[in-house]
Design a protein around this ligand. Sequence first.
Ligand SMILES: Cc1cc2nc3c(=O)[nH]c(=O)nc-3n(C[C@H](O)[C@H](O)[C@H](O)COP(=O)(O)OP(=O)(O)OC[C@H]3O[C@@H](n4cnc5c(N)ncnc54)[C@H](O)[C@@H]3O)c2cc1C
Length: 474
Amino acid sequence: MTIPAGVLAALSAIVGPGWVRQSDAELETYAGDGLPTHRSRPGAVVIPGTREEVIRIVRELASHSIPFVARGAGTGLSGGALASDDAVLVVLTRLTRILEVDPANRLAVVEPGVVNVRLSAAAAPHGLHYAPDPSSQTVCTIGGNVAENAGGPHCLKYGVTTNHVLELEVVLPDGGVATLGSRNGEPWGPDLVGLFVGSEGLFGIATRITVRLTPVPTAVRTLLADFAALRTAGEAVSAIIRSGLVPAALEMMDRNCIGVVEASIYAAGYPTDAAAVLLVELDGADEGAVAAECAEVELLLRESGARTVRVARDEAERTRLWQGRKKAFGALGRLSSDLVVQDTVVPRSALPDVLEQLEAIGNELGINVANVFHAGDGNLHPNMAFDGSDEAAVERVERASAAIMKVCVAAGGTITGEHGVGSDKRRYMSLMFDADTLGAMHAVRLVFDPAEISNPGKVLPAHACREWKMGVAS
Ligand SMILES: Cc1cc2nc3c(=O)[nH]c(=O)nc-3n(C[C@H](O)[C@H](O)[C@H](O)COP(=O)(O)OP(=O)(O)OC[C@H]3O[C@@H](n4cnc5c(N)ncnc54)[C@H](O)[C@@H]3O)c2cc1C
């Protein structure tokens, strides 16, 4: 362990001895997140109970130039919340207070450790909810959502996390405390909230988060359509988007994924002989308008070649259809000891071609690639189950991931839609960005964190950093 004893003692004095973790077994607990291919044991773990403690911790670490990494629930899928043995992991899961729900101004103020779904539950008595709904929402924290700019099935219509954050209190890497944005509307100056949301912990730790609350839609229709070919399902997505309708959600699952879900306790009644299913949801405040949109979508699905289209008859059927989608990752987890959930985006019009290419990559490498994803956003999630103790299998999965990134970037897409770059995708950043652009990102990082102690080794590729410092552009 490389964290000096004096610093550990100081951290204990701040949070109380029970909240600093140092034993091998304890550190091992925090060595991974939701991505099984990357692991790293932190030098120590500290679990503050208040924002004041977070501030004192960061000041203590900054004064010794000791790196630190913020961590929420650890459900991240890009190895973002991992710390090396010279760094301290600052776990925020005790900061769980919902400080304010203000229905008049449709906003809430929360601590970063609040679990996503709890916020909507707290807002529900006012007919409001927090719209971004990652499939991990029963576990992941709002702080983690802010750092990753999390999305979710209903973000197609409602927008991702960045569209819902009004104000942030942030402990900067030098221990300063900044307020970004404003709960009272657009503040003057640069959009620092926009900069911080999605910055993956590189700019400091969010300690207070003010978010927008959205009315719970009173009219909802959920449709399930199934297709004999993946390409046809992809074309149906394009047809819906082209029509100008904006469904609340437009999700796709392929044959591999359907089979696994239907064999699990989350079975939703998806047809197992289908090449793909689409789950489409329409919502709003006007029952008649939503019913009309539903009829329009049903027609588009049938014209695009859907074999059958089913509209959920009641809330119980709707919940069941959604449970199969939201718990698909859990069902896939039954296939093997490890599961990589990849994350890319392609233009929606490229979906049919790209899906076929992903299938070919899986066949070539002998990997079962199961797709469940936010089709309306073109946000793909190819899932690969494997045995992490089998080195050859791990290598095949890594090769498949690299091939998937290249295919998606070549199709005009990006290397991540919502799971972030973290440790995993630094190696793919140069597929997307040239040296000057990466240099600009690095320069912004240095404004917030000149010593580069907040979540080091993430997002920005290291070799490129050296090139920028030498002023070499490729
Ligand atoms: C089954 C499953 C389904 C998922 N579905 C989705 C989905 O639909 N959409 C989606 O977007 N993601 C999804 N994810 C990924 C993950 O849940 C999200 O990235 C989530 O936002 C991470 O939150 P967390 O609290 O677990 O953060 P962590 O994993 O603990 O941390 C993630 C990153 O945030 C940083 N961080 C955490 N808290 C703070 C803070 N207070 N201040 C600054 N930085 C901080 C960490 O340093 C790290 O870089 C899924 C994951 C799983 C396992």
